[in-house]
Design a protein around this ligand. Structure first.
Ligand code: GDP
Length: 174
């Protein structure tokens, strides 16, 4: 049995659903309350990837950011992938993804010098109050080197597993 250990960063503005995403993915539940976490949390999840491979995921959730704040290098150290989340009903959280991505690429590269594989998640797809257009996300995702983007709803449990599988698959293929 081969075991991979992966440190994955969960980044994005406050209130986009980062903690809920981790809770949903790791604990399989949606808490539906606003949790203001202080500092950095990490959660563990073991994925039985194949008969011969196990993946131990360490999900690092930066916490309680009301707006973009440049992160410390310690937070980025040793990471091999990133989940960037914004809220489809909040255009600022989308615009700030540019800053999050710049900060990420500046401070965190893989040992071979390549940028960290990063998946972009357009969360809260269950809401009707969408303000960010699909074409805009598609263009942004391509122009900024994301491996993919997906619409998710942590509330409805849509695309959460799929997004993580896509990211892990990319990391394993490098
Ligand atoms: P964080 O600050 O990025 O960690 O965001 P939270 O996980 O604390 O979520 C912020 C708020 O958005 C909470 O009230 C969540 O219940 C809510 N939320 C998270 N994901 C979704 C979603 O997919 N749909 C809806 N409607 N609400 C969500």
């Amino acid at each position: 049995m081969r075991e991979h250990v992966m440190k994955i960063l969960i980044v994005g503005d406050g209130n986009v659903g980062k903690s809920s995403f981790v809770d949903r993915y790791v604990l399989g539940q949606f808490s539906g309350r606003y949790k203001m976490t202080m500092g950095v949390d990490f959660s563990l999840k073991i994925l039985h990837w194949s008969e011969r491979e196990k993946v131990r995921l360490q999900l690092w959730d930066i916490a309680g950011q009301e707006r973009f704040v440049s992160m410390t290098r310690i937070y980025y150290r040793g990471a091999v992938g990133c989940v960037m989340i914004f809220d489809l009903s909040d255009s600022r959280s989308f615009l700030n993804c540019r800053l999050w991505k710049q900060d990420l690429d500046l401070k965190s590269v893989l040992p071979n010098g390549q940028p960290l594989p990063c998946i972009l998640l357009a969360n809260k797809s269950d809401l009707s109050a969408r303000v960010v257009a699909t074409d805009t996300i598609e263009e942004f995702s391509k122009a900024n080197g994301f491996i993919a983007w997906m619409e998710t709803s942590v509330k409805k449990n849509t695309n959460i597993e799929e997004a993580m599988r896509r990211l892990v698959q990319e990391i394993l293929s490098l």
